[in-house]
Design a protein around this ligand. Structure first.
Ligand SMILES: [Fe+2]
Length: 331
């Protein structure tokens, strides 16, 4: 489980953007009395600058401000991956239904009506800041997993840059196949995290230069399940877990850990599986030099012919890496 008790006690940083001095002063007083750090600015452009500089936990935006209004600021924050999870409260006139509708469309999380009631302000900021701290905790847990994955890679000098290349190639293939943004995101994370379970494999096996014994091979083959178990508590990795557990499954049932067949092998796991094999072949190993992209392409085509990989994905991938000349014409 993720422990959020440590982060909820951190002071909440609230950004207030309002062109009326008395409103800014009132918000500052009320929120500071709750123990929050308050940054107050007087227009939308300043608000955007302050978000970049101070990374607030909650943002209160007056709708009507000169130049860049609150709706536009909200829209820009929600369109930016770095700030889209930061809660935004739009402060509107009591009867301004059209502002609220536009606010919903702009992605606002909450609304407050003027004149703002102090209790309502405190309650809204408190609940949104709890939510933001939780999101931050999840984010940092995910960041810790990424670091762990790179640390595992660093244990093995043969795999230098493997995760980064895998993430890049898997996303390129996913894009070529027209997959939606969520899948591309999962492929990117999966590229880094697919072998995170190797943290549970001893160095004597992971780094053994020679051939593995059957027992050692069995141990090595546990890494997808170990990785899946590690990532299971993280809600934000739910789309990545099928890649972690399934990247060594093969369409003909010859893979592991479950020996899945055909359509049962998740699409994203198939993609990472293909890219993983290619990267292993084109990387140096203690017992051989790196294969050229054409040689690796031919090897992938052999495995495809044996029924391990889907033709359309292998061919699309060889196109992506510029090894498509190895694909024989289909008559
Ligand atoms: Fe693996």
């Amino acid at each position: 489980m993720i422990d959020t008790t440590a982060v909820v006690t951190r002071r909440t940083r609230v950004l207030v953007a309002d062109d009326t001095e008395s409103v800014r002063a009132l918000f500052r007083k009320l929120l500071a009395a709750e123990g929050h750090d308050v940054i107050a600015v007087q227009d939308g452009a300043e608000a955007l600058e302050a978000v970049k500089k101070h990374h607030p936990d909650v943002i209160l935006l007056d709708v009507s401000m000169p130049q860049v209004d609150g709706l536009e600021v909200c829209r820009r924050l929600k369109a930016d991956p770095a700030t889209r999870l930061t809660p935004v409260v739009l402060v509107t006139g009591m009867s301004d239904m059209s502002d609220r509708i536009k606010g919903i469309e702009a992605g606002a999380d909450e609304f407050l009506s003027k004149p703002v009631h102090p209790h309502e302000l405190r309650a809204r900021v408190a609940s949104l800041s709890r939510m933001k701290h939780l999101i931050d905790a999840l984010d940092s847990a995910e960041a810790a997993f990424m670091t762990l994955a790179l640390t595992i890679e660093a244990r093995d000098p043969n795999t230098n840059g493997h995760c980064e290349r895998l993430a890049r190639h898997a996303v390129s293939l996913g894009r070529t196949l027209g997959l939606p943004a969520d899948d591309l995101n999962a492929l990117h994370r999966g590229g880094y995290l697919h072998d995170v379970g190797k943290v549970g494999i001893p160095d004597s096996v992971l780094l053994k230069p020679g051939k593995l014994t059957n027992e050692e091979m069995d141990l090595m083959r546990r890494h997808p399940e170990i990785g899946d178990t590690l990532c299971a508590p993280l809600q934000s990795l739910r789309h990545v877990r099928p890649i972690i557990i399934g990247h060594h499954e093969r369409l003909d049932g010859s893979g592991y850990p479950a020996g899945l067949k055909g359509e049962d092998v998740p699409l994203l796991a198939q993609i990472v599986g293909i890219v993983d094999v290619y990267d292993a072949l084109t990387s140096r190993r203690p017992y051989r030099g790196p294969l050229s992209s054409d040689e690796a392409g031919r090897h992938l085509l052999d495995e495809m012919a044996q029924g391990k990989f889907a033709r359309q994905y292998v061919e699309a991938f060889l196109d992506v890496v510029g090894a498509s000349e190895t694909v024989p014409a289909v008559h």
